[in-house]
Write a protein that binds this ligand. Sequence first.
Ligand SMILES: Nc1ncnc2c1ncn2[C@@H]1O[C@H](COP(=O)(O)OP(=O)(O)OP(=O)(O)O)[C@@H](O)[C@H]1O
Ligand SMILES: [Mg+2]
Length: 411
Amino acid sequence: MSRKLEKQLIVGLDVGTSKVSAIVGEVGSQGDLEIIGFGSHPSRGLKRGVVVNIESTVQSIQRAIEEAELMAGCQINAVWVGIAGSHVENKVSNGVANIKEREVSQDDVDRVMDSARAIALPDGQRILHVQPQEYVIDGQDGIREPIGMSGVRLEAKVHIVTGALSAVNNIMKCVERCGLHVEGIILEQAASASAVLSDDERELGVALVDIGGGTTDIAVYVDGALRHSSVVGIAGDQVSNDIAVILRTPAHAAEQIKINHACILRGEGGDEAIEVPSVGERPPRRITRRSLSEIVEPRMDEILVHARDILRRSGYEELIRAGVVLTGGSARMNGLVDLAEEIFQMPVRLGVPQRATGLREIVQNPQHATGVGLLLHGIEQMTRGNVTGRGTEISALPLWDQMRRWFKGNF
Ligand SMILES: Nc1ncnc2c1ncn2[C@@H]1O[C@H](COP(=O)(O)OP(=O)(O)OP(=O)(O)O)[C@@H](O)[C@H]1O
Ligand SMILES: [Mg+2]
């Protein structure tokens, strides 16, 4: 049962508002990714993407990790963690460096990126993500791959995403309390984008809208680079809450009704009846699917209009030639793509994780776009040599030890 580790294992930990999931991937010699383990546990310690209760978050992480270890037959020591939340901000910065040998080398690129990173940050903020948008060599702009080009002066225009240090520290604290090493912190939008967007879409211009439980995360890519990222503090949880309040049904029943029956009908069809449990001793009631649609539609509409307004304000709306890609658990609602096309007035598709093989139910679920994307980002960082390589320490755990850990966690 224990797995021989000639291949490298990598683990992504998506600490979301609704669920914590751990995904174990096996990295092939060509950098290809096969998902071999998965664990998920409801998340209770986060609000709008930010940790508000360390104890509950630690417990959810532990459960998710144990489950993933058991499935993959390994012990997890190190993880790539996602970060999101409304504390995330965007900045654009420029860096300059001389080209030492008159031909751009990796060292010159590293120096110009360091120079671009050297920005004055407000107190309590730290850099989460740095992405070069273009390089300029001796005044010639629009260069994507500067290495090997001749010149004396190298400039870089970079997009920098910053986040609240406290939010980052809290999430790291939770992960480290579980005895795990944090390989890297990755912006969740960038992770989801790696999993669901094609290179062509990123080149042409695309907006990714990840509608989760607590937050809706937006990322805009134009000419292959991240140009803007934003977070809206409403998502699927509010939809469930609307159902609970309007139908006077318990929260868990509202969540189930939403997942099993909610769809966007826009006034058409939906005569079939749905049973709605009541609170207290009262008997259950029945409503039509159309009535349910009338409850969920205004909130989904509000979320998408928010996302569209952000896109407009970002100044990139005109450049989004490949349209919008919806992902995240709430994007699974039937009829949402059509509603989004009407609101954005551009083509919209549902984004499911690609570029990974293995456990199909994970790979093909928009809810796990962030989790799979964390692995893809991690692989990219590993191939660039930007990490300590602790992930390789993930060691095979005898079956008995796995069982013992699992029992300890569950009983
Ligand atoms: N089939 C479905 N139809 C509608 N909503 C769904 C469906 N499946 C899951 N959801 C909703 O998706 C949401 C969870 O999505 P996801 O797992 O992407 O969120 P998260 O990553 O935990 O949270 P966040 O990213 O906001 O921190 C929940 O609100 C859940 O009700
Ligand atoms: Mg999420």
